[in-house]
Design a protein around this ligand. Structure first.
Ligand code: FO1
Length: 325
């Protein structure tokens, strides 16, 4: 079976680990990773979501933190700070720096991000084919207003430096309008037997992937069933700032509202989903989702341990079989 999953960072990566636990040796997983979170720092190209997937599936992730490398040190960051060179608010560790140096060196030599990602994965052997959503530069910016006025800041600044404390007034995917899907992305979607939206951020992770022209259309036209898992449980994101960025696009932080935001592919509707999983705490949301032509089930959706995560992946694949046309 060919499975395609769209993924952001921590939530997507952890779900993929559960998915890998339940698929067979002949199944192939292609991950289309968000690159809207990418940032250029110290002359280096940093791809947080691609790296989070790569390190998580490759066994190098800092487990408690969910991002960055295990057993990390920060000598380079400290030395940069001693020169007065920042930003100090973004925690790049020494081991992680090596990834960004290799990536930036290869990009400078003319390799596209997709080829660089493949080369990095050669070391980490994540057990999935990891594709960036695009080889082109796309950066998610967030419009905020504070004492200094209204301006757009990079998503990482909004999240890491400002802790998403200010309202996100708009989400701006800079560069997305002229970006092209990376090689293999549209082909993987068209050839998939199952397409999954893990419980990643629907606006700045999966939403960012959907802003690349051609990807949304390919998903809507794909013969495979498309099943998503709610990142919202009981009206709040399991982690991260999904509530803040959902508000920026006029969507309530609710399991059913996110499904309706993606939309159903049922009879005549132009949406993306055939199936949607909500947490048991949101069982009351099931009828509203089903009324939109999306098959919906309430199951435990907390990735509290590997067994619980594997059960979620199994439930998503089971729902995909039920809605297969
Ligand atoms: N998240 C933080 O909350 N603080 C950090 O200092 C930080 C550094 C960082 C460095 C490399 C990397 O791959 C990820 C990093 N993250 C950090 C996570 C990241 O900001 C976000 O969680 C994702 O971009 C959202 O998916």
């Amino acid at each position: 079976m060919r499975i395609v999953a769209l993924a952001g960072g921590i939530g997507g990566a952890r779900f993929l680990r559960g998915l890998k636990d339940v698929v067979g040796p002949d199944d192939e997983i292609t991950v289309i990773g968000n690159t809207g979170d990418d940032i250029h720092l110290f002359g280096l190209k940093v791809c947080p979501d691609l790296d989070t997937v790569m390190y998580t599936l490759g066994g190098g992730i800092h487990e408690e933190q969910g991002w960055g490398r295990a057993e990390e040190s920060f000598a380079v960051k400290d030395e940069l700070a001693a020169y007065g060179v920042g930003p100090a608010w973004f925690g790049l560790g020494d081991k992680d720096f090596a990834t960004h140096i290799v990536r930036t060196q290869m990009l400078g030599a003319g390799y596209p991000l997709s080829a660089v990602t493949e080369a990095l994965c050669h070391r980490w052997q994540p057990g999935v084919r990891l594709l960036p959503m695009t080889d082109d530069r796309v950066e998610t910016h967030v419009r905020i207003t504070d004492g200094a006025g209204t301006r757009a800041v990079h998503f990482q600044e909004y999240w890491v430096r400002l802790h998403a404390a200010l309202d996100a007034e708009a989400i701006i995917p800079v560069g997305a309008d002229t970006a092209k899907p990376a090689p293999g992305v549209l082909e993987a979607i068209a050839a998939a037997d199952v397409i999954l939206f893990p419980p990643s951020n629907p606006v700045v992770s999966i939403g960012s992937i959907l802003t690349v022209p051609g990807i949304r259309e390919a998903l809507a036209a794909a013969p495979a069933p498309v099943v998503g898992l709610s990142p919202i449980i009981g009206g709040a994101p399991v982690r991260g700032m999904a509530d803040k960025v959902l508000a920026a696009v006029g969507v309530a932080a609710a399991a059913d509202a996110v499904a309706l935001h993606y939309g159903g592919r049922g009879a005549g509707t132009p949406g993306l989903l055939d199936g949607w999983l909500v947490d048991e705490a949101d069982a009351a949301a099931v009828p509203a989702v089903e009324a939109a032509g999306i098959a919906c089930r309430a199951v435990p959706l907390l990735m509290s341990d590997p067994a619980a995560t594997a059960a979620m992946a199994r439930a998503a694949l089971a729902l995909a079989e039920q809605v297969r046309r």
